[in-house]
Design a protein around this ligand. Structure first.
Ligand SMILES: O=P(O)(O)OC[C@@H](O)[C@@H](O)c1c[nH]c2ccccc12
Length: 266
């Protein structure tokens, strides 16, 4: 994702939020959030005490590769993820760039019991409340698109609503900002924002700079068992994986292979 596409996405989110506020004022949305069923503990589900856990992602497309999977059935994919060993599910809700939808959260929520992450570009508390109403148990926050005050405020808002926040960064310079915001669940995005290349060494290099009480998630570019074993040995709590699972015809088998529950194909 080039920096300019990130700017473009953020601009589209500002328009979405403005339109949302017109359709339904935040007070009304908050009233709905107060009535929503209880959240599931996303962070606790990732605390495998040494055994690395999987957040499996439901994502049809992305700006880097366009359509990832043609026969995209979000609920069936989520069910397979759960059945074959994922601890949590990440659901892309961005429409224009990832071909996701907010309604996928509610549909998936009705079909699985494991906790769900709203994966989107959150810049405003309106989207945080919206996530809760739609059925999310956690939200993603991206350090690269948030100033310090907004990052801390959205994190606090998530907690007030009972949700967890996974706070992601790519540039190591942003790690101190993420910690200062009070994150207890931190993601390293292995994908370079300019070249789209991924490198899990980015997570491994940063491992020692993250306090042990914080759960660390390695995100993007994970596609084989050897990588997962390296991350597990380094004490990484969880992996966030989309593309490599979605490219396989049998996503359940792909999950088992990544988790070492089934032998890898050759
Ligand atoms: O499909 P991959 O390479 O397994 O990556 C999953 C996830 O990490 C990636 O989708 C992602 C990480 N951070 C994001 C922020 C917004 C949208 C998408 C993402």
């Amino acid at each position: 994702m080039s920096a300019s596409i990130l700017d473009e996405i953020v601009a589209s989110k500002r328009r979405e939020v403005a339109a949302g506020r017109k359709r339904m004022p935040i007070e009304e949305l908050e009233a709905q959030a107060a009535e929503a069923p209880p959240v599931r503990d996303f962070r606790a589900a990732l605390d495998g005490r040494g055994a690395i856990q999987l957040i499996a992602e439901v994502k049809k497309a992305s700006p880097s590769v366009k359509v990832i999977r043609e026969d995209f059935e979000p609920v069936a994919i989520a069910r397979a993820y759960q059945q074959h060993g994922a601890a949590c599910i990440s659901v892309l809700t961005d429409v224009p760039y990832f071909q996701g939808h907010l309604s996928y959260l509610a549909r998936i929520r009705a079909a699985v019991v494991i906790p769900l992450l709203r994966k989107d570009f959150l810049i405003d508390e309106y989207q945080v409340v919206e996530a809760r109403v739609a059925g999310a148990d956690a939200i993603l926050l991206i350090a690269e698109i948030l100033d310090d005050a907004t990052m801390a405020r959205l994190l606090e808002r998530a907690r007030e609503l009972g949700m967890a926040a996974l706070v992601e960064f790519h540039d190591p310079a942003n790690l101190p900002r993420v910690l200062a915001a009070g994150a207890d669940l931190v993601g390293v995005n292995n994908r370079d924002l300019h070249s789209f290349t991924t490198d899990i060494d980015r997570t491994l290099r940063l491992r020692d700079q993250i306090p042990p009480e914080i759960l660390l998630v390695s995100e993007s570019g994970i596609h084989d068992r050897a990588q997962v074993e390296r991350l597990e040995a380094a004490g990484v709590s969880a992996i966030l994986v989309g593309e490599s699972l979605l490219r396989k015809p049998d996503v359940g088998l792909a999950v088992e292979r990544l988790l070492g529950l089934a032998p890898e194909s050759r």
